[in-house]
Design a protein around this ligand. Sequence first.
Ligand code: F6P
Length: 326
Amino acid sequence: MYSIKTIGVLTSGGDAPGMNAALRAVTRAAISQGIAVKAIYRGYKGLITDEIVDFQTQNVSNIIQHGGTIIKTARCEEFKTPEGRATAYERIKDHNIDALVVLGGDGTFTGAKVFAQEYNFPVVGVPCTIDNDLYGTDSTIGYDTALNTVIECVDKIRDTASSHERLFFVEVMGRDAGFLALNAAIASGAEAAVIPEVSIKDDMLAEVIQNGFRKTKNSSIVLVAESKETGGANGVAQRVKAEYPQYDVRVVILGHIQRGGSPTAVDRILASRMGAAAIDALLEEQRNLMIGVVNDKIVYVPFTKAIKDDKPIDLKLLQVLRQLSI
Ligand code: F6P
């Protein structure tokens, strides 16, 4: 049995739209259950360097609609070392923090898992990443907003692609996962998606070039997930240009635009539910797990599963894309 009087909350790794909404939910759910909240600025880095501030309900007023994170974020190399984590634990004791709620993605939960085991300390994670690559949850906070950003951009690219009768390769983020690329391709009516889950030799590229381009259409858009293996949109475009020099090819790399912007209603609601669930989990004496949502129900996913198991992508969606892009 342990009682939680004070939690520390931090945002870490790549930011995601809805992180602020999740921070608000964690803060207010905790306070409404009589738990004090300390916000740790700049993720694990701020835990080590003691950037820790008491938070009241008003500290999270007027933030649900904003992208980014008001308590900043960082990727922290020091927390990967035993010495860094020892300093972090000292700070936790100095501030009488009884449990941590960490908002982030794969790297954040990897650090949380090691720290929780090393110090037998309660940590609960809230999945915030545009990549949607965490196992055990149907969606992560930020993914829906990023998806909407991508399709808005592709709609605009379509106008110029069509006027010039060009073939565009549009690179989207996702780290090693193709969720953004594949679902944005379907939602924007793109001709194909090149994703890391499908090997280069089986991808849709040859098909789209040979069957689609210039036969029934006057423009083509291929969404390409960033990937070291394919070289992303530039790598794929080079392959195509070498084989089909007659095509007028252009590349757009959407980049960090996908990480910003006001979160969608879906992400705000997901963040609010998951943030509140993180406090419920701690009060139920759950620890070292990530909050997930499966079939619209809150679930608890051990960190080990959330970060280790590959989240499966539904490859039937590629079939849908094929059928609808003829
Ligand atoms: O994990 C989120 C993400 O945006 C990935 O899609 C991308 O590969 C990476 O972070 C980019 O990281 P950074 O902002 O450090 O360049």
